[in-house]
Design a protein around this ligand. Structure first.
Ligand SMILES: Cc1cc2nc3c(=O)[nH]c(=O)nc-3n(C[C@H](O)[C@H](O)[C@H](O)COP(=O)(O)OP(=O)(O)OC[C@H]3O[C@@H](n4cnc5c(N)ncnc54)[C@H](O)[C@@H]3O)c2cc1C
Length: 435
């Protein structure tokens, strides 16, 4: 396939890649832009729990790239990247097509890290994509259907026990969602909701340790016990193997087994294999093996290549692997690509982390705003959803989703919160810029 000389290729359409593309379109970037993603839809991962439990729909959480990029001039290609040749400036795709670039944006994110735990990859459910959410939903509903029909109490207990491996933000949000939703689903089938068990197995001493949500731990610990079924948390417990109907873990030097039909894996991430394979020397990679980029987000050895989000580390700066970082870096990459095309000076990327938001069950969350204000319960839940909804890409999408949600959730059911939201508006504007 022949390509124009001045062509910018973005690999990966997550927070970094999609927002780079949208900002380039918005800024009338003078070169052609190709965005490549293996999926047909963008995934707004922080809202994947809401999609999974039915609080929000596909239009809001997993919109199609074709819709998001309509009229933008960005060419979207749905295909899997198979190899990246930084020397030849060429990207090869699974279809056999290949694209040359004058500038490249690496935005492939990371992949689930199983840390060589036996059976984890084969038998645990990941929770990363729309497909993962659909598969988990089907499996859990199937378990509940089987449980309602079985007379054997041991078999029923296994079907009704869900284990979440990992006590970081993803594990906490997942466990809290399940501890409210599984009883609701099981209750509607006529089951005894107190038979449901949700367990977190966490290797650290406390949950959320070293996480950006660290300061919200006391609130999270309290709220996890307030769910429809209280969540059991096993700390300093190391998962050693995962089987279809059992998980094995080590605690106080003793190996224990917990019968379960559902293990969900949220215990970490690994470098994307394509990023690992790049010809970048070890001294130009961070402790997670990710390539280091300059403050202007260029690879040290290949300045025509930009990288951001989960797949890159910034030189002399530690940033958490979060959507709010990826999103802001996407906009900074776009600004610098345009500067490069216009032969202007590149500017360092400035990422501001002004708050964190943690989902803690139905209509419950915790928010740390600007490191000064902590909000908990339903107000935090409303701030969290509102903040993310204002971020949904493209103004049309943003407007539709926000009005739909505000109308349904606030103005119809929560009129007293109207006043609260008026007060929050000035904060909201700042949050919108950060997350
Ligand atoms: C369930 C969940 C909840 C989260 N909640 C929060 C939260 O509340 N707040 C927060 O700040 N962060 C949250 N995060 C983290 C946040 O989503 C990530 O940090 C962010 O998505 C990173 O953006 P990115 O652009 O680097 O990568 P991603 O958003 O992961 O995008 C990578 C893209 O690359 C594509 N891709 C990968 N391989 C290929 C290939 N070979 N060929 C073509 N395309 C490919 C993928 O399809 C994907 O679209 C959450 C993550 C998860 C999984």
């Amino acid at each position: 396939m022949t390509s124009p000389v001045y062509q910018t290729v973005i690999v990966g359409g997550g927070f970094t890649g999609l927002f780079t593309a949208l900002h380039l379109a918005h800024e009338h970037y003078p070169r052609s832009v190709i965005l490549i993603d293996k999926n047909e839809r963008f995934c707004f991962k922080p809202l994947l729990y809401e999609y999974f439990d039915g609080e929000m729909n596909a239009f809001q959480v997993v919109p199609r790239f074709s819709e998001l990029l309509k009229g933008s001039g960005v060419i979207f290609i749905q295909d899997a990247v198979q190899s990246i040749d930084l020397h030849q400036k060429e990207v090869k795709l699974a279809s056999g097509n290949s694209y040359n670039y004058s500038n490249l944006v690496l935005a492939l994110g990371s992949v689930t890290g199983y840390h060589h735990v036996e059976g984890a990859k084969e038998h645990a459910f990941p929770f990363w994509t729309q497909a993962d959410a659909i598969a988990l939903d089907r499996h859990l509903r199937d378990c509940l259907q089987q449980a309602i029909q079985t007379k054997d109490p041991e078999q029923r207990r296994k079907l009704l026990t869900v284990v979440v491996v990992g006590g970081g933000a993803s594990g906490v949000e997942m466990a809290a969602t399940l501890a409210d939703f599984l009883p609701r689903w099981y209750g509607s089938l006529g089951g005894k909701i107190w038979e449901i068990r949700v367990v977190i197995i966490h290797h650290g001493q406390v949950i959320l340790e070293g996480d950006i949500n660290d300061s919200l731990r006391p609130i999270a610990e309290k709220e996890l016990q307030k769910r429809t079924v209280p969540i059991e948390i096993f700390t300093e417990a190391e998962t050693t193997s995962v089987h279809p109907h059992e998980i094995e873990y080590k605690i106080n030097n003793q190996v224990k087994k917990l019968p379960t039909s559902t293990t969900i894996w949220t215990a970490g991430t690994s470098i994307h294999p394509l990023i690992k394979d790049l010809p970048i020397s070890q001294e130009n990679r961070d402790e997670h093996d990710r390539p280091l980029v300059t403050r202007a987000l260029q690879l040290l050895e290949f300045p025509e290549v930009f990288a951001g989000g989960d797949c890159a580390g910034v030189q002399d700066k530690s940033l958490p692997p979060t959507a709010q970082v990826a999103y802001q870096q996407g906009s900074d990459i776009a600004r610098n690509l345009k500067a490069l095309a216009l032969e202007e000076k590149l500017k360092p990327s400035k990422v501001n982390i002004r708050g964190t938001l943690l989902k803690l069950g139905i209509n419950d969350a915790a928010a740390n705003l600007f490191n000064t204000l902590e909000v908990v319960g339903e107000p935090a839940h409303l701030i969290r959803q509102g903040t993310y909804l204002t971020l949904l890409p493209t103004p049309i999408h943003d407007f539709k989703a926000t009005t739909e949600w505000l109308d349904e959730n606030i103005f119809h059911h929560h009129l007293p919160f109207k006043m609260f939201f008026k007060k929050m508006c000035k904060y909201w504007h700042r949050l919108k810029l950060q997350f």
